[in-house]
Design a protein around this ligand. Structure first.
Ligand code: NAG
Ligand code: NAG
Ligand code: NAG
Length: 424
């Protein structure tokens, strides 16, 4: 049994590897017909005129790693997920934008508008548009923004500031590229920029002449969403949706990172793939350095469980993935679960604990790179969950929240803070 599973994992991992490689080579595996077949009819997107005008050829030439269940190795909302969506009671969720757009947005998974916007089809169209913008047939005479500076802050915060830079470039009709080397702190590789972890932001080479008009430099350490610009094609989209799409584009794992993540999952999970654990709920418990700063106070594990227990039971979800930089959460789990008569089954990853921003700052780039791999493994597991819980005052939890939006998952995020922040 075990060796069968191991073999299956090796097979799966190598399939992913080969798959990603093919994508990297720009191959055109999937025909339009197959893409259309798998879209959830209940969630068909109403697209803007420009997106609608995208013809079959452009869909065909878009090397999206999409095979009916996965989008670049991330599981998109599927039948099983929609089964759960339909069991969770309807409610309005208000996302508060404190800065940036300043526009608060309402989501409700029973509402047609939310379902349409956060549909898989809508994501495929957006990802295709962003990909085409960033990877044009011809890079000559294009306008560029060279991203050359990264925030010296937590990983989620740093990524959100790159998302802002990408939005600013695209909003001003520029292709965003990363300077090489770029002074990227999260892991060492020859480019020293986020391309070390993710698929290339663009296939254009970095311009050498910076004239301030055609080519500008853009620092990605300004703010999370400071005076954002929208291209006209996404003008009418919600902030939550648009930012999530940009974030997802930036964070498509490259083959090396994906293989690492899947090996880690195989090492720590029995059976060794997250597919065998669905449906599950992912909880990220942020404590330590955030408490009394962004977070008002720390919440007990019980407070998180109180939020989703009824829905989880209704949907027959009993597997919980828990992650936290605070190791005591796992002994808390034992106590909480006893109260529920042992209903919940815990899955977790062995990772270094008590890593907070100050610890990261004290590390060398290699060590930080290792921790980042743990973060990305966590992201992979959380994004593939069906229900999510955490605190949106944390950049990391917001990042997870955005990831799941892209995958077509619009159920409410369970938060003991009882407030939904789209920025802080
Ligand atoms: C879809 O792709 C993922 C990885 O991208 C792979 O693990 C999975 O086996 C594929 N599924 C099918 C049905 O081909
Ligand atoms: C959005 O929510 C924030 C925080 O609750 C509030 O301060 C602000 O006035 C709201 N903005 C609008 C435009 O209603
Ligand atoms: C970039 O990618 C696009 C789309 O796959 C392709 O048409 C183009 O030739 C590529 N350009 C370069 C410089 O590789």
């Amino acid at each position: 049994m075990v060796s069968k599973l191991v073999r299956l994992t090796i097979l799966l991992t190598s399939t992913v590897f080969a798959f990603t490689l093919v994508v990297l080579l720009g191959s055109n595996l999937y025909r339009k017909k197959e893409i259309v077949r798998v879209i959830q009819p209940s969630a068909a997107a109403k697209l803007g005129p420009e997106l609608q005008s995208m013809k079959e050829d452009s869909v065909q030439s878009f090397p999206v790693a999409y095979n009916s269940t996965h989008l670049w190795s991330m599981r998109v909302a599927d039948k099983e997920h929609y089964r759960i969506v339909n069991l969770v009671p309807c409610r309005d969720v208000f996302y508060h934008a404190h800065r940036g757009t300043g526009i608060n947005e309402t989501m409700n998974h029973c509402n047609e508008k939310t379902r349409e916007e956060f549909s898989v089809e809508s994501t495929l169209q957006a990802q295709q548009w962003i990909f085409n913008h960033q990877n044009p047939m011809n890079c000559q005479n294009k306008r560029f923004a060279i991203i050359h500076k990264y925030a010296w802050s937590g990983f989620g915060s740093t990524i959100h500031q790159i998302v802002w830079a990408l939005a600013t470039a695209i909003g001003n009709d520029r292709i965003a590229v990363y300077q090489k080397p770029g002074g990227w702190q999260y892991g060492s590789c020859e480019w020293s920029n986020p391309d070390c972890l993710f698929l290339p932001i663009s296939n254009c080479s970095v311009p050498t002449q910076i004239d301030g008009t055609q080519v500008i430099r853009l620092a990605a350490d300004i703010d999370h969403w400071y005076r954002p610009a929208y291209p006209s094609v996404f003008q009418k989209r919600s902030f939550n949706w648009y930012r999530s799409q940009l974030l997802f584009y930036l964070m498509r794992f490259n083959a090396k990172i994906l293989a690492h993540i899947q090996n880690t999952v195989a090492r720590d999970f029995v059976p060794p793939s997250i597919d065998f654990h669905r449906p599950y709920i992912a909880i990220y418990i942020r404590r330590s350095d955030k408490v009394n700063r962004e977070m008002g106070r720390a919440f007990t594990l019980q407070e998180y469980f109180d939020l989703f227990n009824a829905d989880a039971r209704r949907a027959q979800i009993s597997t919980v993935y828990i992650n936290s930089e605070d190791d005591s959460v796992f002994s808390e789990f034992e106590t909480v679960n006893k109260k529920y008569g042992g209903y919940y089954k815990l899955i977790r990853i062995k990772a270094e604990k008590n890593i907070v921003f100050m610890t990261l700052m004290g590390m060398d780039t290699n060590q930080r790179g290792k921790i980042v791999l743990e973060f990305l493994t966590d992201l992979y597991i959380e994004a593939n969950a069906d229900l999510h819980s955490g605190t949106l005052t944390s950049n990391w939890c917001r990042l997870v929240d955005e990831m799941r939006f892209v995958l077509g998952k619009m159920l409410p995020f369970y938060t003991p803070e009882h407030i939904y922040h789209s920025d802080v």
